[in-house]
Design a protein around this ligand. Structure first.
Ligand code: ADP
Ligand code: MG
Length: 699
């Protein structure tokens, strides 16, 4: 008897070669194959006699071979195989296959077969014809039975190596026949209320839809069977996230007090009046911090919406309560930016802010670590270096993680472990489409800043092709003559920073020596030492350099209000969300700002992408488009996407099922029908889902 864990190599018809092809598709066990959903279905249930056929229609016939031959008349190598069929209606039909010589052994006269294909009328011979029909040989006892490949709604699978859709069908048919009934872990109450078929039925009908199936529903992945399986996958994922969310909030945490003194200090620090959205999210954060359990909150907001200011307010709450704040940033440049920004904000409050990164010397590090471990430092900003085991805090109360999607969950965890259940605030400037947020950040509460600080003028975005460099440069020149500054950015795919650096260096030389010989042109890339980076940034910040040529290291966090031009070279090589981020570096001051996207010749898809950016400044819309155009995995970059590997659900196609599953999971965890139901769900998630979706410590 087969069970779900049986390796596919033990299935009849799967040898070592096929097993390897299946494995290359991620299919190792019977369970994997059962969830290998057909990507399309075809209705082959239109069974007719030959007499009833009309040219042009798709139909299935059941007929007997009258004669068969390989025709070599025209071109030998084509080996056209022609079999003439007849059935009870007494009419004839020719089926033809190119390169079909091998079929001579299959369609011997007298053999019975079901054929499915498009009916054509052959003017030359005056007979009906099918070219390359799907076929199935019928043995005497099979004739009355439903067959696999014809005469029904059949599943179409994506091929795996040499494993065709036919072979998949046969394998699945075999497995489903021999498989013991499948356990069904989905809570009964939910299955009943949502009228979901049981798991057994669902899996069987996924592969072999019943005769009365609605083809339209099937091809939209909304048959009852498909719905059930997609729902189930999302349900367990969301249940796991929800259990984790609820559980983490039960730990004893720090109940920060929100005293008048805290309020005073925040007022003293604030350089401007917070926007309504900033006030709202600060309240959400402050309420969480005051609660006696840890906060796990995601702060989302478009570039330039003022997240950092809110983070600074939260830091004040922690510091005034006698705790330290850690700020983790993904790159040295961003860490340095935060460091300078916080240092400036906290100057009046006499807080000690320090910066700890990988490029500190050993001596500096030793010193910094001491300042941190003795509690002298109030705000500790840093990169991954902060996570090293020998960085110890005296009293860590608030952990702020910027640009979370570049960090894995484990890194968040590592930072948290430097305190005793500190509050955690995750910031991201990438607007995350809701469905993605639900699958990745489902264990976090979410605050959204949906308003930009006042007085921002939308950035004017233009697309130009490379051959118009001269015009672009003269535009740059005019802006700089008017007292503004400009960025010129080169794409880097993380793996090839060296290459981008070379491009940036070359462009720097070109711009500084030939195009703008009388201007100061700065250069910034990932291969500079942190001292060099800082000095390049500072010179630009002070307005000493007018143009900053850079790789994407400036993508996040850079804040120079006087810069009004963002010129992006080879813009077609960036993701949309990334371009939007870069654009967010300008438009921060009073002057009108411009974003110029320079590209080579574009194909249709490329033009579509650039157009999205030229026409919209809505980060959420752009993020949705980006995800649709590139797929959820690419959206975050392939490295640490943190995306769960879904088997049958698809967050783009099945967004509304995900929402249903999310809300069902939430109410299930909050009010399980019985304690036993909850216990079983936790056990199921632990056994089946934990490792796959990285849901650590669910129960
Ligand atoms: P984000 O981190 O969300 O991209 P920042 O916190 O860097 O945004 O803020 C962007 C710019 O807007 C900064 O120059 C910041 O000082 C400024 N800013 C933030 N909040 C306000 C506000 N309420 N009014 C005016 N300017 C603000
Ligand atoms: Mg920021």
């Amino acid at each position: 008897m087969l069970d779900l864990a049986t390796p596919l190599v033990y299935i009849k018809g799967v040898g070592a070669a096929r097993a390897a092809m299946l494995e290359a598709k991620g299919l190792k066990t019977v369970e994997d194959l059962l969830l290998y959903a057909p990507f399309r279905y075809e209705d082959r249930s239109n069974v007719k006699t030959i007499r009833e056929l009309a040219p042009g229609e798709m139909a299935t016939i059941v007929a007997e071979v009258r004669s068969a031959r390989v025709s070599n008349l025209r071109r030998r190598d084509l080996g056209l195989f022609i079999a003439t069929f007849t059935d009870s209606s007494g009419e004839y039909l020719n089926a033809k296959w190119f390169h079909g010589a091998y079929l001579a052994g299959v369609f011997a006269p007298g053999a019975k077969a079901a054929l499915f294909g498009k009916i054509e009328y052959d003017n030359y011979s005056g007979t009906l014809t099918m070219m390359h029909p799907e076929y199935e040989l019928l043995t005497a006892d099979e004739e009355s039975d439903a067959s696999l490949h014809t005469g029904r709604v059949v599943p179409i699978y994506e091929a795996a190596g040499k494993i065709t859709t036919r072979i998949f069908r046969t394998l699945l048919y075999r497995i489903l026949n021999e498989l013991a009934p499948l356990p069904d872990a989905l809570p009964q109450e939910i299955a009943r209320r949502l009228k979901l078929p049981d798991r057994n039925t669902a899996i069987r009908q996924l592969h072999f839809p019943p005769p009365d199936s609605d083809l339209r529903l099937l091809n939209n992945f909304r048959s009852p069977a498909q719905f059930r399986l997609i729902f189930e996958e999302f349900f367990w994922l969301e249940c796991g996230l929800e259990l984790k969310r609820v559980k983490s909030r039960l730990y004893p945490g720090i109940a920060f007090s929100l005293t008048d003194r805290v309020r005073e200090q925040i007022k003293t620090m604030l350089p401007f009046k917070p926007t309504g959205a900033q006030k709202r999210v600060l309240k959400e954060i402050a309420d969480d911090m005051a609660a006696p359990h840890p906060m796990y909150r995601l702060l989302q907001g478009d570039v330039g919406s003022g997240k950092t200011l809110v983070a600074a307010e939260a830091a004040i709450i922690a510091v005034e309560n006698g705790y330290q704040t850690a700020v983790l940033a993904p790159t040295e440049i961003l860490a340095a930016q935060h460091y300078f920004y916080f240092k400036k904000l906290f100057q009046k409050l006499n807080y000690v802010t320090v910066l700890l990164t990988g490029s500190n010397t050993a001596r500096e590090k030793t010193q910094l670590k001491k300042i941190v471990s003795t509690g002298l430092a109030h705000i500790v900003v840093g990169t991954h270096a902060l996570l090293e085991p020998d960085v110890e805090f005296s009293k860590l109360g608030l952990a702020i993680v910027d640009e979370q999607h570049r960090f894995g969950v484990e890194q968040r965890q590592k930072l948290m472990e430097k305190g005793t259940h500190p509050d955690v605030l995750v910031m991201t400037a990438t607007p995350i489409p809701r469905t993605l947020a639900l699958t990745i950040y489902g264990d976090l509460d979410v605050s959204i800043i949906d308003e930009l600080p006042p007085g921002r003028k939308p950035v004017v975005t233009k697309h130009v092709t490379e051959d118009r460099a001269e015009q672009v440069y003269s535009f740059l020149k005019k802006q700089i003559d008017a007292g503004r500054q400009a960025y010129v950015v080169y794409p880097v795919i993380e793996e090839s920073e060296t290459q981008a650096m070379k491009a940036a260096q070359k462009m720097h030389e070109h711009l500084s020596k030939i195009v703008f010989p009388d201007l100061q042109v700065g250069l910034l890339h990932g291969k500079l030492t942190s001292g060099e980076k800082e000095s390049a940034m500072e010179k630009f910040q002070r307005g000493e350099t007018k143009i900053l040529v850079s790789t994407t290291v400036i993508e996040v966090g850079v804040d120079v209000p006087n810069a009004t031009v963002m010129l992006i070279e080879q813009a077609e090589r960036f993701g949309l969300a990334q371009l939007h981020q870069l654009r967010g570096r300008v438009g921060r001051g009073a002057g009108q700002s411009y974003c110029i996207l320079v590209t080579g010749r574009l194909n249709d898809a490329g033009r579509e992408r650039i157009k999205t950016l030229v026409e919209s400044s809505d980060g959420f819309y752009i993020a949705e488009m980006d995800m649709k155009l590139r797929g959820p995995g690419e959206f975050f970059g392939t490295r640490q996407s943190g995306l769960p590997a879904l088997q049958i659900g698809n967050i783009l196609r099945d967004a509304e099922i995900l929402e249903i599953a999310r809300s069902e999971a939430q109410s299930f965890v909050a009010h399980p029908p019985t304690e036993e139901d909850l216990r079983r769900a936790i056990a199921h998630i632990r056994d089946h889902w934990q490792r796959r979706y990285g849901l650590v410590q669910v129960g």
